[in-house]
Design a protein around this ligand. Sequence first.
Ligand code: MF3
Ligand code: CO
Ligand code: CO
Length: 267
Amino acid sequence: MEQSPGDSRRIPIHRPEDFLGMHRAGRLAAECLDMIGPHVRPGITTGEIDRIIHDWTMARGATPATLGYRGYTKSSCTSINHVVCHGIPGERALIDGDIINIDVTVILDGWHGDTSRMYVAGQANTKARLLMDVTYESMMRGIAAVRPGATLGDIGHAIQTHVEKHRFSVVRDFCGHGIGRTFHAPPNVLHFGKPGEGPVLKPGMFFTIEPMVNAGRPEVKILDDGWTAVTRDRSLSAQFEHMLGVTEQGCEIFTLSPTGHHKPPYA
Ligand code: MF3
Ligand code: CO
Ligand code: CO
């Protein structure tokens, strides 16, 4: 979501029984990403991918949260190559070497399941593969920092450090977000930061971690459609997104792939 500075709204604390609803919604979203994998091949259009996601989701008694969300009319976001996020599915057909983030959010029994992964049409080049690997690893390092008593700054720092070690850059304009019965709730989860800064994590907090990482500079611009965010320097961009709940021990990731298809290559 779009970052707004100094968000001091209080962070909802959920009850132990709420974890089950989020676990179910998160698993359905992850299964949707598993399902779409074999369809991501040269020749398919992003609109066709979106239609498949829409129909699959509805057939499971869930609804796509993005349908009608702030005027958005699709069931997924499909962000190809230099598109950072919020790419709108349409007529664009994938070609060999494209990397694409597919981001889905389902609503199941009132709970939101929000997750995204990178996919490759055909074969990606070495730089694109490294970018995807570093982005995935940065997300997992952010997740590894999640436990009661840690801060949001600890998460951002873990992500930023890993990304910049590889001379890539963290997008500043979008962040992770609280989630639950609401799609976008407090807190803003920045993917950069300093250890010990920001709100302290407590059991029962639900939020996403969804770093966007650019091969070049971090700046983005929004296209005239009002949604599509692209890198200003047209460098490649990658993103992964997990949704989790803070537990007494650490955290529960709600959106793990049941089939182990965490990052490319999936074959
Ligand atoms: N799923 C996105 C997120 O991770 C939000 C997409 S909102 C849309 O927060 F309207 F662009 F679809
Ligand atoms: Co999200
Ligand atoms: Co998302």
